[in-house]
Design a protein around this ligand. Structure first.
Ligand code: UD1
Ligand code: CA
Length: 488
């Protein structure tokens, strides 16, 4: 642990430019709220104290912070606005005798990594500075505070966009909103901040000019790559930041042995785990705590949320949530796996099949056009095309149990609760309302009756009637030719 380090995370702002009912820093990025990325970086620095300042949607934001970093101290910012006030109140939560360094992070700068911060801190300490600021150069610096330097290039002060002159607005070096301060120097100058500016807020950025006035040394250093300190202020920046983070995540998996055919259309959340020799096809989104085992092929056009995919499984054009797909199993194309689906090894959930709360045993197959819900299927069974488990009687849900090595006919309906025993068969079109014992054939389809000539009588003049007449004429001509076939 770094005994001489305290981290303050600023999270009290509303994020007006997002135009959202959700606080800005709770918008998700790679499956975690923006603030969680900042807190994960703070955790990696192993500071003695982490203080997070909240105000807007206080309970929601504090809850998200505590979920990610339980040891963080939550401080409520009062009615005085501004990043300076936020830091002033955060400092008050630290022990009075804390004399180490204070790292201030904006809660809306999620891509900044621990190694960049560790390097910043090291140089800050080595140079014995009162304040260090990370800066970045942007082609379009609008919205950011500008780094004002003297003719000799020495860091002079920070001016906010709304307070800047035209000359200052032309400066392309911006304040990234990431600072290291000596605790004592910071405490001294926070007391001198005013709200005498365009926004009527206490700006943390004014500390720089105050420190310089007191004769302290400050430096602003550009980051190696400006995207590291990109802030999320509106939804355009949110999507740019998400794309950047996703590119980093995808590349990380590629270098770890995962084939990602099209990084631009593949989205992988931070918490996803993928073993080497997995292939991810284009248009695939891997979300939440999804885990994919070696040799599996996922995609194209597949979304998996909190799913487990076993070794060598193939999942094609599928939407699945909270499903477990066994080793060697195949899913899709066009399958919809809802929560509680468990497909055991070498099983199959095929084309246009929806499943929910269903265990499908090893080697069992539901290949075509079916709904299987609240169901248990044993091993080696085959469910016929177009099968429906009728699990809902309008009031309650009921279970269907299908044994091992069962063969159910096409277009079967299983009116739950119902059980099909091991090795049983059902006929095509059977509406199974009673249990079928092991080894039995269940059938209940009424015998078929053909009413000859019905179409010519009741649909005279239609194309169907004409086709029927032509067929009949051809048939009679064939009989006259004596081709030996008999009419029935
Ligand atoms: C701030 C900087 C600006 C810098 C930019 C970098 C100030 C005055 N300006 O501007 O120089 O270029 O960050 O991203 O600091 N917050 C609070 N309490 C408040 C206000 C804000 O905790 O009263 C938090 C916000 O939740 C956010 C962070 O501080 O996490 C920055 O606030 P924001 O309003 O986004 O500041 P910017 O205008 O971007
Ligand atoms: Ca900001």
């Amino acid at each position: 642990m770094d005994e001489n380090l305290a981290i303050i995370v600023l999270a009290a702002g509303q994020g007006t430019r997002m135009k959202s009912a959700t606080p800005k820093i709770l918008h998700p990025l790679a499956g975690a709220p923006i603030i969680a990325h900042v807190l994960a970086t703070a955790r990696a620095l192993d500071a003695r104290y982490v203080v997070a300042v909240v105000r807007h949607e206080r309970d929601l934001v504090a809850g998200a912070i505590q979920a990610e970093l339980p040891e963080a101290v939550i401080v409520d910012q009062d009615e005085v606005a501004g990043t300076g006030r936020a830091v002033e109140q955060a400092i008050a939560a630290l022990p009075d005798d804390f004399t180490g360094d204070v790292l201030v992070l904006n809660g809306d700068v999620p891509l900044l990594n621990a190694s960049t911060l560790a390097e910043m801190l090291e140089r800050h300490r080595a140079d014995g500075l009162a304040a260090s600021v990370l800066s970045a150069r942007y082609d379009d610096p609008s919205g950011y505070g500008r780094i004002v330097r003297s003719a000799e290039g020495a860091f002079d002060r920070i001016v906010e966009q709304k307070d800047a002159t035209d000359d200052e607005l032309a400066i392309d070096e911006v304040n990234a909103g990431v600072y290291a301060f000596g605790a004592a120097a910071l405490r001294d100058q926070l007391a001198n901040l005013t709200t005498d500016n365009a926004q009527g807020e206490k700006y943390l950025t004014d500390i720089i000019a105050l420190l310089r006035g007191a004769g302290s040394e400050v430096k602003a250093r550009p980051v190696s790559e400006s995207w590291l300190v990109a802030g999320v202020n509106d939804r355009a920046q949110l999507s740019e930041t998400a794309a950047r983070l996703n590119a980093l995540i995808v590349r990380g998996w590629q270098l770890n042995g995962v084939t990602v055919e099209d990084p631009a259309t593949t989205w992988i959340d931070l918490a996803v785990r993928i073993e080497p020799d997995v292939t991810v096809r284009p248009g695939t989104q891997l979300k939440g705590a999804t885990a994919i085992a070696s040799g599996a092929i996922v995609g194209p056009d597949t979304t998996l949320v909190d799913c487990e995919v076993g070794e060598r499984a193939e999942v094609k054009r599928t939407d699945a949530t909270l499903a477990v797909i066994g080793a060697g199993a195949t899913v899709g194309p066009f399958a919809y796996l809802r929560p509680g689906t468990v497909l055991d090894a070498d099983g199959k959930i095929g084309t246009f099949v929806e499943t929910k709360n269903a265990r499908i045993g090893a080697g069992s197959k539901v290949p075509h056009l079916s709904y299987i819900g609240d169901t248990e299927i044993g091993e080696g069974s085959n469910v016929g095309a177009g099968s429906i488990t009728a699990n809902y009687d309008g009031v309650a849900k009921h279970r269907t149990t299908i044994g091992s090595h069962v063969r159910t006919g096409s277009h079967g309906v299983f009116v739950a609760p119902v059980t099909i025993g091991d090795g049983a068969y059902t006929g095509a079109g059977t509406v199974v309302r009673k249990d079928v014992p092991a080894g039995a054939l269940g059938v209940n389809v009424a015998p078929q009756r053909n009413i000859d000539g019905w179409v010519q009588q009741h649909r005279a003049g239609t194309a169907a009637a004409q086709a029927a007449e032509a067929a009949q004429a051809a048939h009679e001509a064939g009989e006259a030719d004596g081709d030996g076939r008999e009419a029935e």
